[in-house]
Design a protein around this ligand. Structure first.
Ligand code: GLU
Length: 449
């Protein structure tokens, strides 16, 4: 059987086993098809059934999360933890709270996380958890009670040397605080079992900024080796959450002009570009007031708000999707290309659909896949774990320097892998192969377990 046929047979068996899990199929397919050169060159991976083992999570936990809302009514959600791969370290990955969360979402995210964590160079396996619970529209008390109920089951499956969850979509510092409090109460232990904690109880400086900053560090490297940079470049972002706002901030520091961003309600086109003042306003609007971008042009009147639109119609040199999976489709990609986009750097997990990626590749747009370019968040989680273990807190400058180094190393790992196995500039193949190799070799060394 040819390597291609073998890869296809593994993809087909994944589809056959769980036919409804489309997001997971997409993530698996995206990775496996790029592994052909390394699988062909090194038969040991097929002989050890590494692909077959990698697409099967080591363990999946699902559980009932009953809680009481403010009216006294009993509500029930479903909780999950997918412990995907522990070959190179304890399971590590965020928890997502969103109404769309299903097992397929978390299998796709856990699979991605395994490769991403491997790329960071730190000893972290892959995992992901979540619930179909949405914090939007819930009171403080409801969010707290839900987090406590969620942890009342999760605590028995996690631990600083077993599985270390963090935040993801819909789950930020507030929720991590409640989850940590409940874990501590139930176990009577004060350990670094969660990352993204508050600075007063074991959190790391820069963790909040890390995914956005890291994304820009990666993109900067991508341009730098092509004798280019961000100074004066027009950039557009989707999303205005933690990743989006900090991406904008770092781009601004590098002299770029950020003219577009978006949220659930629509897109902002601010032709004058973001400034420190506008970023400070955005941070307050999004993180403190939990408000909507609809408010933005009430304050900055020259900006335009496009209700219900994504930001991809805005012409730019570089685009940064930081929102969520499949947010950028084939049409969006064509519009971006028509408007002259040169680089697309993913700040979210799998935000570009497969057809959009095809459009970018065909048009020689530099494409940075999320598992490489958004790894700064989990990379800094790894730094938080280190600080917790040695019971020290590093300064902002120290953490930022580590983060910068991690992103440069990931970039180099991608380049080395695409030079060895693919074509110049193929970051997708580079990231997948570099991420795969370390996990696969560790699995082989540890035997059939
Ligand atoms: N949810 C983030 C990610 O997708 C962070 C995970 C973590 O810090 O463990 O990488």
């Amino acid at each position: 059987m040819s390597t291609k046929a073998y890869i296809n047979s593994v993809i087909e068996s994944v589809k056959k086993k769980d036919p409804a899990e489309h997001l997971f199929h997409q993530a698996v397919e995206e990775v496996l098809i790029t592994l052909e050169p390394i699988l062909a060159a090194q038969p040991k991976y097929k002989e050890n059934a590494i692909l077959e083992r990698m697409v099967e999570p080591e363990r999946i936990i699902t559980f009932r999360v009953p809680w009481v809302d403010d009216k006294g009514a009993v509500r029930v959600n479903r909780g999950y933890r997918v412990q995907f791969n522990s070959a190179i370290g304890p399971y590590k990955g965020g928890i997502r709270y969103h109404e769309t969360v299903t097992l397929a979402t978390l299998k796709f995210l856990g699979f991605e996380q395994t490769f991403k964590n491997s790329l960071t160079g730190l000893p972290m396996g892959g995992g992901k958890g979540g619930s179909d619970f949405d914090t939007r529209g819930k009171s403080e008390g409801e969010v707290m009670r839900f987090c406590q109920a969620f942890m009342s089951e999760l605590f028995r499956h996690i631990g600083q040397f077993t599985d270390v969850p963090a935040g993801d979509l819909g789950l930020g510092g507030r929720e991590i605080g409640y989850l940590f409090g409940q874990y501590k109460k139930l176990t009577n232990q004060y350990t670094g079992v969660l990352t993204g904690k508050g600075l007063d109880f074991g959190g790391s400086l820069i963790r909040t900024e890390a995914t956005g900053y890291g994304l820009v560090y990666f993109a900067e490297e991508m341009l730098k080796i092509r004798n280019d940079g961000f100074k004066g470049k027009v950039c557009v972002i989707s999303g205005a959450g933690n990743v989006g706002v900090h991406t904008a901030e770092k781009l601004l520091h590098l002299g770029a002009k950020v003219v577009g961003f978006s949220d659930y309600d629509g897109a902002v086109y601010d032709k004058d570009g973001l400034t420190e003042e506008k970023i400070a306003y955005l941070k307050d609007l999004v993180f403190v007031k939990r408000g909507s971008l609809k408010e933005y042009n009430k304050k900055f009147e020259k900006a335009e708000f496009y209700a219900g639109k994504k930001s991809w119609f805005i012409p730019c040199y570089a685009a940064f999707p930081t929102s969520r999976e499949n947010e950028l489709d084939e049409n969006d990609a064509q519009t971006l290309v028509k408007n002259g986009v040169k680089a697309v750097c993913e700040g979210a997990n799998m935000p570009c659909g497969p057809k959009a990626i095809e459009v970018f590749r065909k048009n020689k747009v530099l494409y940075a896949p999320g598992k490489a370019s958004n790894a700064g968040g989990v990379g800094t989680s790894g730094l938080e774990m280190t600080q917790n273990s040695i019971r020290l807190s590093w300064t902002r400058e120290e953490v930022d320097a580590h983060l910068n180094k991690i992103m440069k190393n990931i970039h180099n790992a991608c380049v080395n892998a695409y030079m060895e196995y693919g074509a110049d500039g193929d970051y997708m193949l580079g990231a997948n192969i570099a991420g795969f190799k370390k996990v696969a070799d560790a699995m082989i060394a540890q035997g059939v377990v």
